[in-house]
Design a protein around this ligand. Structure first.
Ligand code: AMP
Ligand code: MG
Length: 489
């Protein structure tokens, strides 16, 4: 186990050409104090959890103490925001402190969000507010618990620095971890700057760091692009199956590794509504829940354009086609699992589609319905009243249930065994907005961080029902549905 001093920081990114980043020191948070610490993330970098008790810990990750070997830089990237070319963006409030390699040889970037102004800050203050760091911290662990690729978070450090958003809030930092923070937009930067040698340099870097099996093969760049396309397809298939809306799928928020990256105004579906728009600032609904697969495609086209000097046209087209096929295949498989079906059948899409229509028409809670569906009983005399009661139009549900029953019986499904399988894929708990909001209000108004701990414990294993935690599976109370999340963070 390592201490802060023996983390052995390196920064391979900082050894790339200077135009890839800006060297910049964090601006210390005044009076930093540790708000929350994630021992699971610490284990990923072999960091001893007792280190969090030292005052140096909050100093380090509040930006006032630099660890040995750290070589802090803010990364350059460009991007397309809301479908429009946005030019230069870059880490306006985040600093890559360095990289740590654990005992298994896995490399983790340590990226400090909210660390103050950088040359990429434009008009921003370089800060993050406590509210938004809690949202990112919780959701990364929630996604991990759901088995969805994501960045992780080591800790939140708070302060009493006033930060001005819609109202005055306090500044905080989040230490984010990922094998790399390179984004689609990182490649776009050098395409629009017409620095083709840098595109190649960055691609070689990413391949060496993250896709080592592609190093030295023929058509390396095209193969990497295909792999990124497939990973992105699988990621978005998982979002759609679990009911997660990212909210700001700009190309600068798309991880080259297919991780869920940059948690802003995200949301999990409560009632099933495919047109759900979680980001209050997204007036056109570009990033509505049901648009996400198409937006993934759009972003991959941005990446293909950035890589175009090195891609063979046909291969890029093939990779984009692979994206669509990989998405459909994975989404269909995930939905089959949610229904407890073991074998693929020609009528599955219709069965899923009709169920989703019923959920939408009845404004049924997406997570809770699928969890309850595990209790479906096939027996001819079974009415499945608990499931029927989710719907106002019970006859419509009965008609669907009849077809579902036939489908189950055709593959010799057994109730108990199927339920056990379904309970491992249909979560009991998801990070509903109102749950995060409760944790945020207790933290910001009362400096009480215990709700963060309770949520983390539950969401780390969202498939296991915990006695006494039934309220955490409840749909939002009336007021909780109206919580508006904006881009402001
Ligand atoms: P985001 O919407 O958080 O992905 O951010 C989009 C761009 O704005 C990125 O370049 C961010 O680094 C930058 N940005 C967001 N908030 C701030 C802030 N408070 N200060 C400086 N830059 C910011
Ligand atoms: Mg971003």
């Amino acid at each position: 186990m390592r201490t802060l001093e023996t983390l052995q920081f390196d920064n391979t990114y900082a050894r790339l050409p200077e135009s890839f980043y800006a060297r910049v020191m964090p601006t210390p948070l005044p009076n930093p104090s540790l708000i929350h610490f994630n021992s699971d993330a610490a284990a990923l970098i072999d960091l001893d959890s007792d280190e969090a008790k030292r005052p140096e810990f909050a100093a380090c990750f509040g930006g006032s103490l630099l660890l040995p070997g750290a070589d802090p830089v803010s990364m350059l990237y460009y991007g397309h925001q809301f479908g429009v070319y946005a030019g230069q963006l870059g880490d306006g409030r985040a600093i890559l402190l360095g990289e740590v390699r654990n005992g298994h040889g896995d490399k983790w970037d340590l990226h400090l969000k909210g660390a103050g102004r950088t040359p990429f800050s434009r008009d921003g203050d370089g800060r993050a507010v406590l509210r938004s760091t809690i949202r990112e911290y919780l959701c990364g662990e929630a996604m991990q618990g759901l088995g969805i690729p994501t960045t992780r978070s080591l800790c939140i450090v708070g302060s009493d620095e006033p930060v001005f958003r819609e109202s005055v809030e306090t500044g905080a930092t989040l230490l984010r971890m990922a094998p790399t923070h390179v984004r689609f937009g990182s490649f776009e930067a050098f395409f629009y700057r017409r620095q083709h040698d840098h595109i190649a340099r960055l691609t070689d870097y990413v391949i060496a760091q993250c896709f080592p099996h592609l190093a030295g093969v023929t058509d390396t760049y095209s193969r990497m692009f295909t792999e990124v396309a497939v990973r992105t397809a699988h990621l978005i298939a998982q979002w759609q199956a679990v009911g997660f809306a990212h909210g700001v799928m700009n190309s600068d928020n798309m991880s080259i590794l297919g991780l869920t990256l940059d948690y802003g105004p995200y949301g999990f579906l409560d009632e099933y509504n495919p047109g759900f728009v979680c980001n209050h600032s997204d007036r056109q609904g570009r990033y509505a829940f049901h648009h996400q697969p198409d937006i993934g495609y759009f972003n991959l086209r941005c990446l293909a354009q950035a890589l175009s000097p090195f891609l063979i046209q046909d291969q890029a087209q093939d990779a984009l086609a692979r994206y669509e096929a990989a998405f459909a295949e994975r989404y269909d498989a995930l939905m089959r699992e949610k229904l407890g079906l073991r074998e693929a059948g020609p009528e599955d899409r219709a069965l899923v589609g009709e169920l989703l229509n019923l959920l939408q028409a009845g404004r049924v809670d997406y997570t809770n319905f699928f969890r309850a569906l595990g209790g479906f009983q096939q027996g001819a005399g079974e009415h499945n009243d608990a499931l029927r009661d989710f719907f106002l139009d019970r006859e419509a549900f009965d008609a669907w249930a009849g077809r579902y029953r036939e489908r189950l019986s055709a593959e010799g499904s057994r109730d108990g065994e199927r339920r056990a399988r379904m309970d491992r894929v249909n979560p009991k708990y998801v990070l509903r907005n109102y749950l995060a909001q409760t944790a945020i209000e207790q933290a910001t108004k009362q400096r009480d961080y215990s709700e963060i701990t309770r949520l983390l414990e539950l969401l780390r294993d969202p498939f296991t029902e915990v006695s006494g935690r039934e309220p955490y599976a409840a749909p939002p109370p009336e007021g909780g549905k109206q919580i508006v999340v904006s881009c402001s963070s």
